[in-house]
Structures are given as C-alpha cells and as structure tokens.
Ligand binder design. Structure first.
Ligand SMILES: [Zn+2]
Length: 391
C-alpha cells in the first residue's frame, strides 16, 4: 500500500475503495484511490506490481493497433486522428523549435511516422509493436521498458519527449519525469485522461486496473512544476467531438524545461472536490444499472459480451454475478486463455443462439456497445439483448 505522495512525500488520504471482480487469474481486487491534498495528485495506492504490469504490457498489449488481427477498425481511425491532433497541438506551440523526438510507449510506430523530418526513437515494451514499427513505417524502436532504456543508454538527449497515454500507467510518475528530464533538451508533451472535465457515461470509467494515476491539471501542474517544467499550453479534449477509446476526457499539455523554480499555482477547483464529485455522480448511476440487471430472469441462460474493467466493476457492485451466466464473449483473443468463475472466455459464436445454449446476451461495455449491438441486431428475435447505456 502506497501511503505517501511521490511529489511532496506527505501522507495521503484514501478517498475511495472500488471493489472489482476480474477474470480468475486475478479474481477479487479492491482498488484503493488516494489523493494528496496539497499536490492534488490522485493514484491507486495498491497497484498491481511493476512485474505484473510489465508482463501484461509485454505479452498482452492492447495497443497493437496496426496488427492484422486487431478487431475494431474504428479504433485504428480514432488512434490515427489522435496522433494528428497531437501533432497539430505541438506544432501550433513550438513548430520549428525541435528536431529530435523520443516517444515512450510508442505503440506500433504510427505516431512517430508522422514526424518524417525529425530524428525519432520509440521506446516500446511490446516486441510485436516494435517489429510492426520497423516493418510498416521504418521507425527506429527500442524494445523494452523505459527503465531498461535509461540504464542501457547513457544517454542521448532529445528536444521533445513524447508521452501519450503513458504517464497514467507509471507507478511513480515523479521519478519517471525526473528521468525524462535527464534526457530532455527542451520540451515534454504529455497527454493523459483528466478529471477536470467529467463525462457521466461508463460506470467509474476513469478508474481501471491499468491506470495508476488519475490526473487533474492541478495534480499534473504541481508535479511538473516541482521538477521545473513550465506549462506552455494545455487543451482538454472531450469524448463527444473527438473519438478516443474510452469514455473520459483527456488533456494535452506541453511543458518547457527551465532552471528556475516555479511558484505554486492556485486552482479554483481542488482535485479533491473534482474527484468527490465524480465518485458521487457515478454512485448515483448505480441504481439505474442495477434495475436493468434486475430485469434479467434468474434462470435465463445469460451470456456476457465484454470482459474488461467495466465488467469487473459490474460483477462486484451489482447483483449480476447472481444471474445464470453461462458464457463470456470477448473479441480480444489475448483474453481467451483466461476464465471468469471457471467459465471460458471466447469469441462470440452465433451457434450458441441457434443451438439454444444461451437465451440472452448482456452487452457489458460502453465503448463497444454500438459495434456489438450492430452485430447482434439480426439475432434479436431469437435472443434477448440487454444494453446498459442509452447511446
Ligand atoms: Zn503531494
């Protein structure tokens, strides 16, 4: 259990405990969220170990956007749009003032391929992603964790360090940025999910087993300022007008390395209030979801489509696990080696409907609800379909 803030060292208060039931290899887990009242940084106090996360990212990467077997083409497009949006944001602020880029968590290299006139290197734990980056985009990659890269390479400096949806995964973000600073000439770009703009959509969407940090602009600013990075520009992107994978807003930020101490900023809304509001509004959504689940007959042979963080929260916070669940579907083949309640996870199989192995399907995802409902539409006369969200 992490009890102290990585920025200021003060003891943090636990503001929320979120019970979850994951596939059987993880099982029951209660996520403890703590917040530093003076810095405004919120984080998981009992994260999975670095080794568990590392194994997960090396062998089980969800971020292999360009691989042939990747299921959802919409996400490819969303990812490509995101990369272009980020490049526009950077160039609108510092165009011409950087010629080298290091991207940490470079996925399959598409993003760096947009910076053809720069010298680039991607650091990426997934070997498959590195191979794709070389093959598809001729982008130079280092295959490994950033800590391995820093230890092995002593160390070329880059004008711009690029961190897109990386920092929320890092157990000690302060130490991580400190390491980035040591190889940074000028700028750091950071994009992370943000709590500053709250979307009331998927239940507790921002909290997940993969994310360790939950940033507000206050928390991120206090951390960056304490390492002498000055904010150049920030931009909040809403889910409603730019597609991202999950139902939360993100913030793009650009920071300039300085040698001067930066005075602490005062924020009108404290992080603690923002989080409390978010938690309360999600707790208020639970009764509606529970009542939808109550409509499912206890004897009905129910399949669940979508084995992710969202299901883990549903199973632990509603009566869903009391239903007669006979099957779990997920299109991500990486999950097919696991089980939930000793039942296998497999791809959707329409013969389950024709051969009456199931009576109904609960679509247990927000982000993919539309896509899945489209697939299930032709079966709706033979199989009850339950959706949790009005989309
Ligand atoms: Zn602190």
């Amino acid at each position: 259990m992490i009890e102290n803030c990585c920025i200021c060292g003060k003891k943090v208060e636990t503001i929320f405990k979120l019970p979850c039931i994951y596939p059987d290899n993880i099982g029951h887990y209660t996520q403890h969220i703590g917040i530093c009242e003076s810095c405004g940084l919120a984080f998981t106090q009992n994260p999975f170990t670095a080794q568990q996360l590392e194994d997960r990212y090396k062998n089980n990467s969800k971020y292999e956007y360009d691989s042939d077997d990747y299921y959802n083409i919409d996400i490819d497009e969303a990812y490509a749009k995101r990369c272009i949006r980020q490049k526009n944001f950077i160039d609108s602020n510092i165009d011409g003032d950087y010629s080298t880029i290091l991207e940490i968590g470079a996925a399959s290299g598409y993003n760096l391929s947009l910076y053809k006139d720069k010298e680039v290197l991607g650091v990426e734990p997934s070997k498959k992603n590195c191979i794709l980056a070389n093959k598809n985009y001729n982008v130079n990659m280092y295959n490994g964790m950033f800590s391995e890269y820093i230890n092995e390479n002593n160390c070329q400096k880059y004008d711009l360090i690029f961190l897109s949806h990386t920092l929320e995964h890092i157990v000690n973000p302060y130490e991580f940025i400190k390491q980035c600073r040591s190889i940074c000439n000028k700028y750091i770009f950071i994009e992370v999910p943000t709590i500053d703009c709250q979307l009331v959509d998927e239940l507790f969407a921002i909290f997940s087993d993969e994310h360790v940090n939950y940033f507000s602009l206050e928390g991120l600013t206090n951390m960056m300022n304490s390492l002498n990075f000055q904010l150049i520009s920030s931009n909040i992107i809403h889910h409603s007008n730019v597609q991202i994978q999950l139902g939360y807003s993100v913030m793009s930020t650009l920071w300039k390395k300085t040698d001067e101490n930066i005075n602490k900023s005062i924020f009108i809304q404290s992080s603690k209030n923002l989080f409390q509001y978010y938690i309360n509004s999600n707790n208020n959504k639970l009764p509606k979801i529970q009542s939808l689940i109550n409509n499912i007959d206890d004897n009905e042979k129910l399949a669940i489509w979508g084995v992710g963080n969202h299901l883990a929260k549903l199973l632990a916070n509603t009566d869903l696990c009391k239903k007669n669940i006979v099957k779990f579907y997920d299109s991500d083949v990486h999950k097919h080696s696991s089980t939930v309640f000793n039942k296998p996870i497999a791809s959707f199989d329409e013969s389950d409907i024709f051969e009456k192995r199931i009576d109904s399907i609960l679509v247990a995802t927000y982000s993919a609800q539309k896509t899945i409902c489209k697939i299930l539409d032709k079966h709706k006369n033979n199989c009850k379909i339950y959706c949790l969200y009005d989309l």
